[in-house]
Design a binder for this molecule. Structure first.
Ligand code: ADP
Length: 200
């Protein structure tokens, strides 16, 4: 349906073209709408192809805190605009682990963007990483809408989304990348209070 709607708009305009191509208003509208709808399809196809591509990990020894800090910096403007305060609780001992820097950043970014989406009135985004025994544990917590209990089992399914314009691929990509790094991800949520995604 995400692809069919823009295609229908383009087809409708194309059907009017033979009889209305001398109408400048129609031409301007045609150019604007077709270009916008093509961009939309293009974005959807890109997300689908990213999702379908097997993830080829390029492992490096990374400092976990550094990757988290970089992700939060990327989001700092968005947070300001949305009245979201960022809290960092980062282990003081440097955590080194073998991981793909681009993929790991993608994981943190997807989780943080979802957290922001869940706080339309503002709130607090907390990113923490701790060493628990031999494991690195990362938690992304928001003070947003929370998740309805009946949605929890479907959260990581491809194309599950409760957002008007959501593709529902963000969390399935997250899970795919985490599992390729031999990690696990869990979610806890309290409707009306917020959610925490925990990666081991
Ligand atoms: P999308 O963001 O395109 O909807 P995702 O796979 O990233 O796709 O998320 C799937 C669904 O999980 C979202 O539509 C939303 O309902 C729910 N969700 C994910 N993260 C959160 C969060 N932090 N708070 C509330 N709901 C969330």
């Amino acid at each position: 349906h995400e692809i069919k709607n823009p295609l229908t708009a383009i087809k409708t305009f194309a059907e009017f073209l033979p009889e209305r191509h001398d109408d400048p208003k129609f031409r301007t509208e045609f150019a604007a709408i077709v270009s916008k709808e093509v961009d939309r399809i293009s974005r959807i196809v890109q997300s689908l192809s990213d999702f379908a591509k097997p993830v080829l990990l390029k492992l490096e020894t990374l400092e976990l805190q550094q990757v988290l800090r970089e992700t939060l910096t990327m989001l700092s403007n968005d947070c300001l605009k949305r009245h979201v305060t960022i809290q960092q609780q980062l282990e003081s001992t440097t955590i080194l682990l073998p991981a793909d820097p681009g993929q790991l950043k993608q994981v943190f970014l997807n989780l943080c963007v979802n957290a922001l989406d869940a706080m339309p009135q503002g709130g607090t985004l907390t990113a923490s990483c701790q060493l628990e025994g031999q494991e690195a544990v990362i938690r992304i917590t928001d003070t947003g809408t929370g998740i309805a209990p009946e949605h929890l089992p479907h959260l990581f399914d491809p194309f599950f989304s409760t957002k008007d314009t959501g593709m529902g691929l963000g969390l399935s990509v997250v899970k795919q990348i985490v599992e390729q790094h031999l990690g696990t991800i869990q979610v806890e949520s309290e409707p009306g209070q917020g959610s925490t995604f925990t990666i081991h």
